[in-house]
Design a protein around this ligand. Structure first.
Ligand SMILES: NC(=O)C1=CN([C@@H]2O[C@H](COP(=O)(O)OP(=O)(O)OC[C@H]3O[C@@H](n4cnc5c(N)ncnc54)[C@H](OP(=O)(O)O)[C@@H]3O)[C@@H](O)[C@H]2O)C=CC1
Ligand SMILES: Cc1cn([C@H]2C[C@H](O)[C@@H](COP(=O)(O)OP(=O)(O)O[C@H]3O[C@@H](C)C(=O)[C@@H](O)[C@H]3O)O2)c(=O)[nH]c1=O
Length: 297
C-alpha cells in the first residue's frame, strides 16, 4: 500500500484531501505542530520517518495582505519549504503534489491565462508562491503543480464565509467588481487531485507520466462582487437571517478598496491542459458553491 503524506491538514484543501485520498493508500496527514514548514530539519526528519511515496503539500502562507509585512516568513513557507520537500522527493523517487495560485499573474492580460503564459506576480504572496513553483521545477523531482484560484470550502476561512459573517453584521457592503476569476471548491481540488493520482498509481507510477504544471479551477468566471451576490442569494434561499440584502451590495472599483497587497484584475485560468491530459470535466463554480452553502447555512 502506498503512503501519502498530506501537510496542513487543518487547511481548506488539506482537510478535503484526507477524505479524497483515503481510497488511494495510507494517508498520513500532519499539521503545523507535527510538521512546521519553517523548520527544514524537522521537515526532513518527518519525511525520513514516514517515507511517503507521494507528498501532497497544500500548506502555505495564504494571508495575502499579512505577507506584505512578513516576506521572510512567506518565503520560508511558500518557497523554501517546497524546495525541501522537492529535494527529498527527488532523492527518494517520490512524487510531490503542490498547489499554487492565480496571483502569480499580474492580471493585465485579457482572456484566459494558460500554463505557457509568463507569470509576473505583484504581491509578496504571489512572488513567494512562484518561487516555490520554480524551486520544485529546478529540483528535478517528479511533481504536479496545480495552480488554482479563489478557494472556498465548508472547513476553514474564505471569501464566502467572510461575506456571510459581514452579511449578518452589516446592512451594506461594497465589493470590488473589476477583478475576475473562478471561485474553486476545496472539495473539487481534492477530488481532482485524487483522480490524477489514481491514474498515476494505476499505471504503476511510470517515469513518463505527464508531470508538470496544470491550471485547476472550476469552470466559468465571475467578479468578487457577483460572487458576493451569489453567496447572499444562496444564504437567503436557505433561510439564513442576514441584515444584508443582495440589493445593498454595491459594486466598486479596486481603487476604492485599498489593501496592502495588489490583486490581479484578471485571474481567469484556462484548464484545457488538465482536461485534455487527464480526461477530466470541471463543473461550474456555482455547483461547488451551492454544495458548500448547504453545509454552512
Ligand atoms: N485560499 C485560496 O483562495 C487559494 C489557495 N491557493 C493555494 O492552495 C493551497 C491550499 O490553500 P488553502 O487550503 O486555502 O489554505 P489554508 O490557508 O486554508 O491552509 C493553509 C494551511 O497551511 C498551514 N500552515 C501555514 N503555515 C505553516 C507552517 N509554518 N507549517 C506548517 N503548516 C503551515 C496552516 O496551518 P494552521 O492550520 O496551523 O494555520 C493551514 O493548515 C495553498 O498552497 C494556497 O497557496 C491557491 C489559490 C487560492
Ligand atoms: C471583505 C471584502 C473584500 N473585498 C475585496 C478585496 C479583494 O480585492 C477581494 C478578495 O478579498 P480577500 O482578501 O478575501 O481575498 P484574497 O485573500 O485576495 O483571496 C486570495 O487568496 C489567495 C490565498 C489566493 O491564492 C487567491 O486565489 C485568492 O483567493 O474582495 C471587497 O471589495 N469588499 C469587502 O468587504
Amino acid at each position: 500500500m502506498k503512503t501519502i503524506l498530506v501537510t496542513g491538514r487543518h487547511g481548506q484543501v488539506g482537510f478535503e484531501l484526507q477524505r479524497s485520498l483515503a481510497v488511494l493508500g495510507k494517508v498520513v496527514a500532519v499539521d503545523r505542530e507535527e510538521c512546521d514548514l519553517t523548520d527544514a530539519v524537522a521537515v526532513r526528519a518527518l519525511l525520513d520517518r514516514v517515507q511517503p511515496d507521494i507528498i501532497v503539500n497544500p500548506a502555505a502562507h495564504t494571508a495575502v495582505d499579512k505577507a506584505e509585512s512578513e516576506p521572510a516568513l512567506a518565503q520560508l513557507i511558500n518557497a523554501d519549504a517546497p524546495q525541501v520537500l522537492a529535494e527529498w522527493a527527488r532523492a527518494h523517487q517520490a512524487l510531490l503534489v503542490h498547489y499554487s495560485t492565480d496571483y502569480v499573474f499580474d492580471g493585465s492580460q485579457p482572456g484566459w491565462y494558460t500554463e505557457a503564459d509568463r507569470p509576473n506576480p505583484q504581491s509578496v504572496y504571489g512572488k513567494t508562491k512562484l518561487a516555490g513553483e520554480d524551486a520544485i521545477r529546478a529540483s528535478g523531482c517528479r511533481h504536479l503543480i496545480f495552480r488554482t484560484s479563489w478557494v472556498f470550502g465548508a472547513h476553514g476561512g474564505n471569501f464566502a464565509k467572510t461575506i456571510l459573517r459581514l452579511g449578518r453584521e452589516r446592512e451594506e457592503l461594497k465589493i470590488v467588481a473589476d477583478q475576475r476569476g473562478a471561485p474553486t471548491g476545496a472539495m473539487l481540488l481534492a477530488d481532482v487531485t485524487a483522480q490524477v493520482l489514481a491514474q498515476y498509481l494505476h499505471r504503476n507510477a511510470p517515469a513518463d507520466f505527464p508531470f508538470g504544471l496544470y491550471h485547476l479551477v472550476a469552470a466559468g468566471s465571475t467578479s468578487w462582487y457577483e460572487y458576493a451576490q451569489a453567496v447572499v442569494t444562496a444564504a437567503q434561499a436557505r433561510g439564513a437571517v442576514l441584515k444584508l440584502s443582495v440589493d445593498a451590495i454595491q459594486p466598486i472599483p479596486t481603487s476604492a478598496y485599498p489593501l496592502p497587497a495588489p490583486r490581479p484584475a484578471n485571474s481567469c485560468l484556462s484548464t484545457d491542459k488538465l482536461r485534455s491530459t487527464f480526461g477530466l470535466a470541471l463543473p461550474d463554480w456555482q455547483q461547488g458553491l451551492a454544495h458548500v452553502m448547504q453545509l454552512i447555512c
